[in-house]
Design a protein around this ligand. Structure first.
Ligand code: SF4
Ligand code: SF4
Length: 111
């Protein structure tokens, strides 16, 4: 499929994408904890990071499979403007909720 080149928007670690939609690895590794934020998502004091992509023995594999460094696809989500730890209530409000940007805003979608 041909696509126009798009500007890459850097990840700021707001956590929105992982909280809104736990990835397949998070689901597989924590199948009995689906009612909470992915246990692999960690607040460092400055931003959220995925522990699987840090010091994990398979970190390179996870980084590649999860396209680490590929840019933020939820680039319009409001959490990017206010990076901080989120409460359970805030997290619950976005689970399977509004994608940012809305699907018809831009062909890049709101994953
Ligand atoms: S929504 Fe974007 S900025 Fe926030 S953690 Fe995900 S990729 Fe990073
Ligand atoms: S923290 Fe890691 S394992 Fe959990 S949803 Fe995000 S990328 Fe997936």
């Amino acid at each position: 499929m041909l696509r126009d080149p798009v500007e890459k928007v850097s990840c700021v670690g707001c956590g929105y994408c992982c909280i809104r939609n736990t990835c397949a690895f998070g689901v597989a590794l924590h199948a009995h904890e689906r009612d909470k934020i992915c246990p692999e998502l960690e607040w460092t004091g400055a931003r959220y990071v995925c522990k699987l992509m840090g010091t994990h023995p398979l970190a390179d594999f996870y980084r590649q499979e999860l396209q680490s460094g590929g840019g933020c696809r939820s680039f319009n989500n409001p959490w990017r403007q206010n990076v901080r730890p989120r409460t359970d209530e805030e997290a619950q409000a976005i689970v399977s909720g509004t994608p940012w940007p809305a699907p018809d805003d831009d062909y890049r979608g709101g994953l």
